[in-house]
Design a protein. Sequence first.
Length: 198
Amino acid sequence: MKTGNRQRILDASIDLFNQSGTIDITTNHIARHLKISPGNLYFHFDDKEQIIRELFDRLRTETYRAWDPKQNLAPFAFLQQAFEVFWTFRFFHREMYHLRRQDPALSRLWKGHLNRCFRLLKLNYIQWRKAGWMRGEASADELKELTDSVLLSSNAFLGFFESPEKPASRKNLKLGIDHTNRLLTPYYSETYRRHLSH
């Protein structure tokens, strides 16, 4: 099935934003990249901010799908799936502070997104404990600290390794997964630790 221009614009924007950042990329760059007229782009989107907000909707949808407790993923598989989403939308994690300052509506959406991520991670943790992958129930404070550490490190990791001269790579993705896994390791059950070591 042929992909429509609206979808092509969104897909191209992800690639260009990941490669060069949202500040340097304009709607004209996106149109030129796709070999369409600026008018064609503006038929679908009013401005770059609308494109970014729609991409953020896609980020949220893919994150909630990846973090859905119904998948019953073990912790390490959960991290692998989560980082794939981070990789796809890495420009958001690299530039979110700037984007939030530019767009208050996006800032509100981001706060709601983090709150939902916290709830989903907590539900996954409860499921991991029931499955015997995590040790006994953590206190509320301990769980909050664990969740904050996982969210902060996983969101910021790719940006930490990226610079204008050297973009993040799939190697950095693996480093991020391994680093976040080490944060979780003290909470793993002995059985699950042995499973990961094989």
